[in-house]
Ligand binder design. Structure first.
Ligand code: SF4
Length: 212
């Protein structure tokens, strides 16, 4: 099964590379992100990987970003961040904190660079909020999701078969990696993203909820 998923994902990436003038890729460096970067490199993607550094990431996540930069020289690793830092806004207004520190820096960069399509690593299996995810989401910026149908087990198997180290906190139960104030470890069988935004009444940061 993984081979079929793998070939489908690579075919999707090749289609995107050949179809859009200004394609980019974005990931939060979760297990699916690590798989996507590897598949994209093998499928011939030689563009940018965008990572939004909120200033609140675990140090391990920043280290993963640096290691990927060395592992995939054909891809340009770009770190984006908010121009103005806000002090502990995640305590008083987490949605505004995400807007300022995650959504706005990515939106601003995509608009400034005239990006017309964005590869990303979302999967249906990661969260109830993603159960209806389609492989291609048309819009002003087309969202392309080559890993739509992958389960957590598929992702794990791919990393193992391709000798790709997982995020160092993954084995401790961090099945979806976000900022340290808003990310908890999950238990076996939980939705992978159930450790995100715990107690905040939401499942998404807002990056993927926009229609444009
Ligand atoms: S996940 Fe938490 S710390 Fe990170 S930007 Fe959103 S509210 Fe702020």
């Amino acid at each position: 099964m993984t081979k079929v998923l793998e070939e489908t994902a690579k075919e999707c990436i090749r289609w995107a590379v050949g179809s859009f003038d200004n394609l980019k890729m974005s990931t939060g460096l979760n297990v699916s992100g690590l798989v996507l970067v590897d598949l994209a490199a093998k499928a011939g993607y030689q563009g940018e990987l965008l990572f939004v550094d909120t200033g609140y990431h675990f140090p391990e996540t920043i280290k993963v970003f640096s290691e990927l930069d060395l592992r995939y020289p054909e891809i340009s690793f770009i770190k984006l961040s908010a121009e103005i830092k806000t002090e502990e806004l995640y305590l008083s207004d987490p949605e505004k904190c995400c807007q300022i520190n995650k959504v706005d820096p990515l939106d601003e960069y995509l608009k400034r660079t005239g990006t017309d399509a964005l590869l990303n690593a979302r999967t249906r299996a990661s969260s109830p909020s993603r159960r209806d995810l389609q492989m291609v989401e048309a819009g002003q910026i087309c969202r392309i999701n080559p890993l739509t149908l992958w389960s957590l087990e598929d992702l794990d198997r791919y990393l193992a078969e391709n000798d790709i180290p997982p995020h160092p906190l993954y084995e401790l139960g961090f099945t979806s990696m976000g900022c340290w104030p808003c990310t908890k470890a999950t238990k076996p069988g939980d939705d992978p993203r159930s450790g995100r935004f715990v107690g905040q009444g939401r499942l998404e940061c807002g990056i993927w909820s926009k229609s444009s």
